[in-house]
Structures are given as structure tokens and as C-alpha cells.
Design a protein. Structure first.
Length: 183
């Protein structure tokens, strides 16, 4: 139903930010490792038996109109896609990496840049919190932050220290710069 399409951009300050799916130590072949000159050996694995129930739960939540925005996490990892969600809505995000569902990950950079498959960033109206969380019982899903009126992407690491705090306008300028004279 095209009328129920959900876009990736954060919509309303105060909405809750969720990560659906688990981040693993899957940096092999990642943009992050490429940038560092590495290849790595832990490549992202697609696990259909694990992912299909998650996709069905997300589809059901969208069908019930509990989801304000949804965006997959893939090439570039969580940091890149949090920036895209924030830039799309021109709103800030305040995120706590310690709350991100993870498996055998104990470093901020791994959480930020792992390209584990089957994950989503979802924003939800706080009034829909219980219903949204109930639909994901038994599946990896956690509230990791909030959409903010202040247009800054702020990420706290596993030790709760701020690892990133950047204005959305700076993210947009860096992103648009890659287009050169095309824009």
C-alpha cells in the first residue's frame, strides 16, 4: 500500500530511536576497513531464518502505522546511516551505543562501522512505544536514543563518553561536497 510507505528521515523531535537487529564484529570488506587499508576476515553474513521474523515484525509495525521512519543499516554501518536519518529530517539524534543490540562487540568503532546485515534504524512516537516493543518481543530491538530539535548528531560510546557530536549542517556540507560541481 503506497499510502503507508515509510521514509528514512527523522520526522518529529521527541520520537524514540530504535535499532532493530544485532550488530556483530563484521567489518571484513567494510568501507571502514577499506579507509584504513585493511581487508578483514569477518564479513557480514545473511541469516534468513533470523532475519525473516524481524522483517515481518517491522512490516506489521509499519502496517499498523507505529513507525515514523525506517532505514536499513548497510554499507558504511550505523554511523553513516544515523547521519542519513538525521540529515533527511534536518533534526538531531542523541544515541547511546551501550544500548545497541550487539554480539561479541566491545569497541565503539566496531559498533559504528560494522556492516552486519538485517538491521534497521526506526523512529517511533513515544505514545506507540509499548505497542512497538511488544511486537518485537523475542527479537533484537532496543531503544537507543531520541530525535532532538537541536540539529546535532550526538553519539555516546560504550563508556557513555561522547564519541561524536557534529551539527547536521556540517554533515550535509561534507556529504554534498562529494558531488563536486554536480550541485
Amino acid at each position: 500500500d503506497v499510502h503507508r510507505c515509510v521514509t528514512m528521515d527523522a520526522k518529529i523531535a521527541g520520537d524514540l530511536v530504535y535499532i532493530v537487529g544485532t550488530t556483530g564484529n563484521e567489518l571484513g570488506g567494510s568501507v571502514y576497513y577499506e579507509h584504513l587499508g585493511y581487508t578483514g576476515c569477518n564479513v557480514p553474513r545473511v541469516r534468513p531464518a533470523e532475519f525473516i521474523p524481524r522483517y515481518r515484525n517491522l512490516a506489521a509495525a509499519i502496517e499498523k502505522e507505529w513507525v515514523a521512519s525506517a532505514h536499513g543499516i548497510y554499507r558504511g554501518g550505523l554511523a553513516v546511516h544515523l547521519a542519513m536519518v538525521a540529515m533527511g529530517g534536518n533534526l538531531g539524534l542523541n544515541v547511546d551505543l551501550a544500548k545497541v543490540p550487539r554480539h561479541q562487540v566491545d569497541r565503539d568503532d566496531t559498533l559504528l562501522f560494522s556492516e552486519s546485515a538485517g538491521r534497521f534504524i526506526v523512529t517511533v512516537d513515544p505514545a506507540r512505544r509499548k505497542a512497538f516493543e511488544d511486537i518485537f518481543k523475542g527479537n533484537e530491538c532496543a531503544c537507543v536514543g531520541v530525535v532532538t530539535e537541536q540539529p546535532d548528531l550526538v553519539i555516546r560510546g560504550l563508556t557513555r563518553q561522547t564519541v561524536l557530536s557534529v551539527p547536521i549542517k556540517n554533515l550535509k556540507a561534507a556529504w554534498k561536497k562529494t558531488f563536486g560541481k554536480l550541485i
